[in-house]
Design a protein around this ligand. Structure first.
Ligand code: DON
Length: 305
């Protein structure tokens, strides 16, 4: 997903960084620590460079450049935490352009795409932001107004309702679009065939959840159902009084080993228990079969016509 979502950039960065390491045992302390360290760096970049490309030049090419991601991955110590307060957004060999772009007026069109029996696919995420958006229904029209303003950075360093921070790149301006984390995603086989279709709600946990499902499939050999329903975890960087905190799933049937969690605490992480991170709906295309994988964390389900 391109800007103004951060999802596509963040997902590409996470996958390239993760690729640099020998894969730790799934669900081990080393696994959660490695991904948390990657996430801290990705969220630090997001907070400085993420924003509406109609207004700022998002250095997409630079951020997803494999050489840059390898450099960032090399900062990770696999056995010790980097304190979030010492992590900054990355810098590039050649500074990306910083000119304010003129706004183009393209607010008159709504587009939907449709899936057909030939395997043409759609991955679509849409958001009101928080539950019921702003809580205001348009009289006579019957739909809710969103509260998407919260996805902007109200002021540099201030956290939004999901606890993420941002700066000038994602400041509020007339007609500007806010920075999203939505990541409707297609994953293709090396021969170009479509393989996975997935996405989820969950604010900033969106791209970290999509990342985990993809790596659960590719690196840990899980079935699509297992990959979606395995416990998840999330780190989103900004230094805080809570310390270096990782959110971990505690939903029924979706728990990490107590020993993994204890060892993370010994490394110095603060653990925040969550009733369920994300709500991934995924499809795996296996030859002529489409395998639907709804998330048990919520009410989603797979249907076939
Ligand atoms: O675009 C975004 O990143 C947020 N507005 C998404 C909010 C969301 O997923 C809320 N659901 N849990």
């Amino acid at each position: 997903m391109p800007p103004p979502s951060s999802g596509g950039i963040a997902l590409a960065q996470m996958l390239t960084m993760f690729e640099q390491f020998k894969k730790p045992l799934w669900g081990s302390t080393a696994h959660l620590h490695l991904v948390a360290e990657i996430e801290k760096r990705v969220f630090a970049d997001r907070s400085v460079y993420g924003g509406d490309p109609d207004f700022i030049d998002v250095p997409v090419k630079e951020l997803v450049d494999p050489a840059y991601c390898k450099r960032r991955a090399a900062e990770v110590n696999q056995t010790a935490r980097t304190d979030p307060s010492t992590i900054q957004a990355g810098t590039f060999a050649v500074a990306p352009p910083t000119v304010q772009k003129p706004r183009h007026e393209t607010n008159h069109t709504t587009h939907f795409s449709i899936v057909d029996k030939h395997g043409m696919a759609v991955s679509n995420t849409t958001t009101l932001n928080d539950a019921y958006g702003s809580g205001i229904v348009v009289t006579g029209a019957g739909f809710l107004l969103n509260n998407e303003m919260d996805d902007f950075s109200a002021k540099p360093g201030a956290r939004n309702m999901y606890g993420v921070t941002g700066g000038e790149a994602n400041s509020i301006a007339p007609g500007k679009r806010m920075l999203s984390s939505m990541s409707p995603t297609f994953v293709f086989k090396p021969d170009g065939r479509l393989w996975l279709i997935l996405g989820t709600p969950g604010g900033p946990t969106i791209f970290t959840s999509v990342f985990q499902v993809i790596t659960n499939k590719i690196d840990y050999g899980m079935s699509i159902g297992e990959a979606v329903n395995a416990p998840r975890f999330h780190h989103q960087w900004p230094p805080s009084d809570d310390g270096d905190s990782i959110r971990v799933d505690q939903a029924d049937g979706q728990r990490f080993d107590a020993s993994t969690l204890k060892a993370l605490e010994s490394l110095g992480y603060t653990l925040k228990k969550s009733d369920g991170i994300g709500d991934v709906q995924a499809i795996e295309i296996d030859g002529r079969r489409a395998i639907g994988a709804p998330d048990r964390r919520n009410i989603g389900r797979a249907e076939r016509e």
